[in-house]
Ligand binder design. Structure first.
Ligand code: HEM
Length: 222
């Protein structure tokens, strides 16, 4: 490898393995704060099974928190940590759904569009984690880790980071929105769903105005 390639791969690895998991964590917390019933259910699931001082492991989270896992799936579905995956057309071009795309062109695959296809997802715009409970088919259809040969090699590691981190946060801390939050459970769209904060779509689907919108009041659980 050239030194340029080493540098590129290093940056790629660092971004792919850190911003993705941390933004998924932030988005999941955001959804909890917009959906108090969901947040209460998660709190009950976690706190009813473990003592406050216990450090919850990944295996324990996987075994005991199906609803928390469903919430993470639903967050990933609505806000995939990366979007618009670039794909270079091969020599000779390719035909997609009857459209010829010449070689050398780049097509972007929109994961968030695939994750909200009305032909696959019921009430696609709604944050509804229950759709992932005992539903292996829906879990497979959630494409935020991509699929095929270029699928995310860090998927299992990402679950090992996000799931127990959230479980321990929920177990040890109370989260609440500040009084002046712009995005709240009462600020709803025409379907009655809470409007969630806008995303900035670059390489990672990070919140667009994190300093303004990613504010949560965190206090030690009483
Ligand atoms: C919630 C967390 C994560 C999500 C949603 C995610 C999603 C993705 C997606 C969609 C791709 C495919 C990109 C493409 O096809 O163009 C990808 C690739 C990749 N991911 Fe992840 N990822 C996550 C966490 C991680 C972690 C923790 C690591 C490693 C420490 C990691 C390492 C990588 C690498 C190295 C690639 C490039 C693979 C290649 O070029 O073939 N990812 N990720």
């Amino acid at each position: 490898m050239t030194s340029g390639q080493v540098a590129t791969e290093t940056i790629n690895g660092l971004m792919a393995g850190s911003d993705t998991s941390s933004s998924t964590l932030a988005w999941t917390i955001h959804f909890f704060l917009l959906h108090p019933h969901t947040y209460s259910r998660v709190i009950k699931e976690v706190r009813s099974q473990f003592d406050r001082d216990h450090m919850i492991t990944f295996n324990e989270s996987r075994e005991h928190f199906p609803f928390l896992q469903a919430c993470i799936y639903e967050t990933l579905r609505l806000v995939p940590a990366t979007n618009d995956l670039p794909r270079c057309m091969p020599p000779g071009g390719a035909v997609f759904q009857g459209h010829y795309i010449p070689e050398g062109y780049t097509c972007l695959v929109s994961l968030s569009t695939a994750n909200r296809l009305p032909s696959i997802w019921e009430r696609p715009e709604e944050f509804y984690p229950e759709r992932f409970m005992d539903n292996e088919n829906n879990r497979r259809q959630m494409l935020s880790f991509s699929s095929g040969v270029r699928a995310c090699p860090g998927k299992n590691l990402a679950w090992m980071q996000v799931l127990p981190t959230l479980a321990n946060i929920i177990n040890k801390y109370d989260l609440k929105l500040p009084a002046d939050a712009l995005f709240t459970p009462d600020h709803v769209d025409k379907l009655g769903n809470p409007i969630f904060m806008p995303a900035m779509v670059t390489a990672m689907t990070a919140p667009k105005y994190p300093e303004r919108d990613c504010v949560a009041l965190i206090s030690k659980r009483t």
